[in-house]
Design a protein around this ligand. Sequence first.
Ligand SMILES: Nc1ncnc2c1ncn2[C@@H]1O[C@H](COP(=O)(O)OP(=O)(O)OP(=O)(O)O)[C@@H](O)[C@H]1O
Ligand SMILES: [Mg+2]
Length: 340
Amino acid sequence: MSTRDTDWDGVRLHVVTGKGGTGKTTVAGALALALASGGKRVLLMEVEGRQGIAQLFDVPPLPYSERKVAVAPATGTRPGGDVFALVADPESALVEYLEMFYNLRHAGTALAKLGVMDFATTIAPGLRDVLLTGKAAEAVRRKASGKTGARVYDAVVMDAPPTGRIGRFLNVTSEVSGLARVGPIRGHADTVQRVIRSPDTAVHFVTVLEEMPVQETLDGIAELAGLPGGGIQIGGIMINMTRPLPLPEDQIRAAAEGRLDTGELALGLKAAGLDDSRRLASALSDELAADARTALGQELQRARLDEPGQPCYELPWISYGVDLGGLYRLAAALRDQGAA
Ligand SMILES: Nc1ncnc2c1ncn2[C@@H]1O[C@H](COP(=O)(O)OP(=O)(O)OP(=O)(O)O)[C@@H](O)[C@H]1O
Ligand SMILES: [Mg+2]
């Protein structure tokens, strides 16, 4: 067999959350590429309408339709795979849902005129969410027409709302139950909930090694684990923007405590031909002390991330900014560590 074991082999819907700005969109893109490697088809889905995926893959803004945005690397004898992207918005998802279930062609334009869209987006946030998660669930379950009936996508990756909103976003049924106790919307919500609470789905948390994002990650994991009814599978913790330690461990401690020998540093600087080496050495050791304290703080945060007992993956800081090349590097890091 040419397939390899990964930590999330049975998972087909990968939900990526995390504190704002920690790299959710970037990591979701890298994960989609990693999952698509070796001839797979993966859909990367955005739900907050910010065109982050288009920017990430350097393509024009995406419409509400599935477009191929990247080719994933080939592996061994297997060809490269395809990453498709979709920007899902609740209005389009509602129109599509009505067309699919009630065969209401062109219902959308009429409904828009009647103001149903406002209902969907402003009056009922629970419905808004179920339309978006419903679109993901539909893509996960979709089968090709024809005899084979094969799945259209091997996996779906969702660039999801941040940790502060992820619990409500995924807790579909209870959010909708106040709106619809019976009927098609309720039935739809129940189907979506079954997908989200099945082993097909995992929720990954992106963080950086700072106090607040780590705290949000731990809180988010606890929240999902504590939802009534349980059953939302926690995925991996993606530690983004990691950097190698600037010095060996013992020297880091020495630097953090201001125990670096500035005299020796000054001598070194002088030997390198620098004037005013004493002043330079003292400035340099201040900077080193600050860096060292940051590094020690990161170690502390790293240790906290072991508490939930989930697999942790490290994604390197890309110093020149995340371009396509950087994205492939992040994808390779995820694959090397067994995340995909
Ligand atoms: N590993 C990395 N190395 C360097 N820069 C990174 C890395 N990951 C993300 N970035 C940069 O950090 C910024 C935020 O990333 P991104 O947009 O993916 O975060 P986000 O969590 O999706 O943000 P938002 O909450 O606004 O949606 C971007 O400029 C991105 O290029
Ligand atoms: Mg984003």
